[in-house]
Design a protein around this ligand. Structure first.
Ligand code: PXP
Length: 238
């Protein structure tokens, strides 16, 4: 059975613009799980742009499968180990990016990432590396000894959104997913997905987990509008 991880970073983004408690990422996480999400993903960025340390602390105390995304640096790894989430996904981070723009450079940072993965594995935390769909990166991920890889689906998502030919990118993703699976790593996919991309990518049997954030939050705001207007009007138009 394939799993859905819901990334709730942008609930925190929305909360932070008014520095209050609404919308509340903790309640949203519980709600998402009650509605059929299998896990909750949060990215604790070094700049703390959306999710804050206190969110991580509260979420890791709940009985909810928690996937923590962090940059591969020792300070973040210490924080991860202190909070003991079920899963950690290592992602690249650039200060001025709008979102995670590409996969990890598992070749250049091989030693460092391998050390971090072994540290996390020794604490029984499932590890995942966010990589581009490149066979060489799959091979290095295996050498690093990670439990899972997450394939960056940003490129195919953009191609699909812009109605461009995506067959070459899809072929690359399929090839990497099959190869990683044959090497014994679990395969996940994430970034930029919407209904159209998920329809295409969910056909790849080796992909076991999909991590989706921005589209789910954006779509929830749109679909939820009906209920909120109805509720507000109950007070105004009695
Ligand atoms: N997976 C990883 C590793 C990510 O870094 C992100 C973005 O934070 C996502 C999935 C979710 O991407 P999106 O918000 O575009 O659905």
């Amino acid at each position: 059975m394939k799993r859905l991880g819901v990334n709730i970073d942008h609930i925190a983004t929305l909360r932070n613009v008014r520095s209050g408690e609404h919308p509340n990422p903790i309640n949203f996480a519980k709600y998402a799980i009650s509605l059929g999400a299998d896990s909750i993903t949060i990215h604790l960025r070094e700049d703390r742009r959306h999710i804050k340390d206190n969110d991580l602390k509260k979420l890791s105390k709940l009985k909810i499968p928690l996937n923590l995304e962090i940059a591969s640096n020792y300070k973040m790894v210490k924080i991860a180990i202190r909070n003991n989430p079920n899963y950690v996904c290592l992602v690249p981070e650039k200060r001025n990016e709008l979102t995670t723009e590409g996969g990890l450079n598992v070749i250049k940072y091989y030693r460092k990432i391998k050390f971090i993965v072994s540290k996390l594995n020794s604490k029984k935390i499932r590890t995942c590396l966010f990589i581009n769909p490149i066979i060489k990166d799959v091979i290095f991920s295996k050498k690093i000894n990670t439990n899972c890889i997450e394939i960056h689906t940003g490129k195919i998502s953009n191609l699909v959104k812009n109605k461009k030919n995506y067959t070459k990118e899809l072929r690359k993703i399929k090839k990497c997913a099959k190869y990683a699976n044959s090497l014994g790593m679990e395969v996940h996919a994430g970034h930029g997905m919407d209904y159209k991309t998920i329809k295409i990518l969910s056909k790849i049997k080796e992909i076991k987990e999909f991590n989706i954030g921005h589209f789910i939050i954006g779509e929830s705001v749109s679909i939820g509008l009906k209920n909120v207007i109805k509720k507000i009007n109950m007070f105004i138009k009695k």
